[in-house]
Write a protein that binds this ligand. Structure first.
Ligand code: NAG
Ligand code: NAG
Ligand code: CU
Length: 185
């Protein structure tokens, strides 16, 4: 291959990389990988019982790629929003303490800096759902989105099962949490 065509080939490859990631890989383990072997139609639900003010559900359904989420809650304290929400590492303990649900699910180890750029969801923490798909406002929120990087199989990176969904207010205080549990078929 002569030099000019090699140069144009390299240019095209660089352009392709920029179009998908803007050239910046944030994760120590690379970009988040799409999950294509979830059990399609399997349902997991985090049930917010109202004891922390927030009432409703966050539902996760296995899809051909990743997981379809539905956030359907009410009782968010309007004046404290907008509200972010994430998958945290642990389940909510018996005490109900959202403080004890650990940090965000971050399977590809990118941390919170730089902040998630929603145009490049593969570079965000897997659990940073509101970073990728937008925060919600109160008092009532209904939002659906597909996250390609969430897994329903325990052996996969990005596994969300038996982990907490946590809502934060604008000051980032944890205002409500509930654990994603598998719904029996
Ligand atoms: C890509 O985006 C990130 C975060 O938005 C920014 O910090 C970085 O400078 C950008 N990189 C390039 C090569 O434009
Ligand atoms: C997931 O959402 C997509 C896009 O809305 C939809 O086409 C697909 O049928 C959904 N999958 C399941 C299993 O609900
Ligand atoms: Cu959080």
């Amino acid at each position: 291959m002569h030099l000019p065509s090699l140069i144009s080939l390299l240019g095209a490859a660089t352009l392709a990389a920029c179009q998908t990631t803007n050239g910046t890989v944030t994760g120590k383990m690379g970009d988040a990988r799409q999950v294509k072997n979830n059990p399609v139609g399997e349902v997991w639900v985090a049930k917010f019982d109202g004891s922390q003010g927030v009432k409703g559900t966050v539902t996760a359904v296995g899809a051909a790629i990743g997981v379809n989420f539905t956030v359907d809650v009410t009782g968010l304290p309007t004046e404290k929003g907008p509200f972010s929400f994430h998958v945290h590492l642990k389940a909510v303990p018996e005490s109900g303490s959202c403080a004890d649900t650990g940090t965000h699910l971050d399977s590809f180890v990118r941390g919170t800096d730089p902040p998630c750029a929603s145009a490049f969801p593969q570079t965000c923490e897997v659990g940073d759902l509101s970073g990728k798909y937008g925060k919600v406002t109160g008092p009532t929120a209904l939002k659906t989105f597909n996250d390609a990087y969430s897994a329903l199989d325990k052996i996969m990176l990005g596994y969300i099962g038996d982990r907490a969904i946590v809502f934060h207010d604008a000051s980032s205080a944890r205002i409500a949490c509930a654990t994603l549990r598998k719904v029996a078929k």
